[in-house]
Design a protein around this ligand. Sequence first.
Ligand SMILES: [Zn+2]
Length: 422
Amino acid sequence: MVTMIKKQSNKASFYKSLLIAHVRHYGAVSRKQLGQSTHIRMPVVTALIRDLIAQGILVESGRSATGRGRKQILLSLNSRHGFVVGIEFDLDRMLAVGVDVCGNVVAKRSAAMPAQKTNAAIVQELIALTESLIRESGYERSALKGIGVADPGIVDSREGVSLLCSLMPEWRNVPLRRLVESHFTVPVLLDENTRAKTLCEHRHGAGQGVQHLLLIDVGGGIGCGIIIDGQLYRGHSNMAGELGHVRVVENGPICNCGSSGCLETVASYPAIIRQVIKALQDGTQSMIAELAGHRPAAISMDHVFEAARQGDKLALGLLDQAIRYLGQAVANAANLFNPEVILLDASMAGAENLMVTPIRQIVHRQVIAMAGNTPEVRVAKIGAEAAAWGVAMLMLDQLFDSPVKGAAPWAPLKANAALKPL
Ligand SMILES: [Zn+2]
């Protein structure tokens, strides 16, 4: 008898998870639609929905507007059921967002990276920023369901460990998930920031509805997020998309990854700035020096772009070289993956004519010319919080994962042999 009750309750929780995953993916749906697509018998759907509403997970959210016959009551996730925190960091700053269970950003906060970039200081600051975001989220602390962390380097997301980061040499083998989990006692997920950004653009930004997508993330490093058949692609050991480390220069500069001549060593923003400083030290005249107040440490890409707009030879020359390497690498990636859309990082939005147009031209010149094979090159549109929001969405996916093994939570739920009626 006890076994039978346990079996029934396991089955009920399996079906509840399935119903939640379905509502989360499709938005407002009626009980009838849920019954039809999940193949769960209607009396069971009705009973389980009653429970989910009593638990505060689902809410009734109006009636269907179209269709013949009686208008159906629609069900949605209850945004007040809870929230997750997404947090991202790079060399200079960290940014956290609170995201309700429906996927909406409800709070945002940023902080500078600690002056002393020891691993302990970084972890402490990540925890402090998350604490202050929770206080400002408008939710009780008990409504926090999980935390996603987007790391600028390479991570082992299964083990929750930050493996290495070319920007921060000390940031190696940090058991970040365990450290954050032990403080907050909620599930914590660790992933790479390019991947998180890509997911965010795919769900909420310039990549919505695109089944085959590449996002080229240019900044401190260079990464490539990959969506295949509507889902993030991670590769065999979670390292797919390391576009910054394809070799583009024989005997080129040494890269922090241990190799040399990597794309990142000649075309990332720090690499361009390094080349500017070297040229100025060698006596090259450029208005970049003036724009940065003659302080080499203050030179930023904004100065380089501004100088290029005004026809500065050094800025134009270095940008042209970086764009040729970058455009070539993006075109190679396009020939490998055959994407429908390529998104360029949102940081290029202010440099449309200087960066986006020439990269688009190189891609269109070098991608195999066949009808319908030319990928559209767009600028990503979410901006600064893309990785934090994206890793929060990954956390929500984990929390509300479809119980059907192998099915993505947002994948259409098909009739499945595993779904025998209760
Ligand atoms: Zn490298």
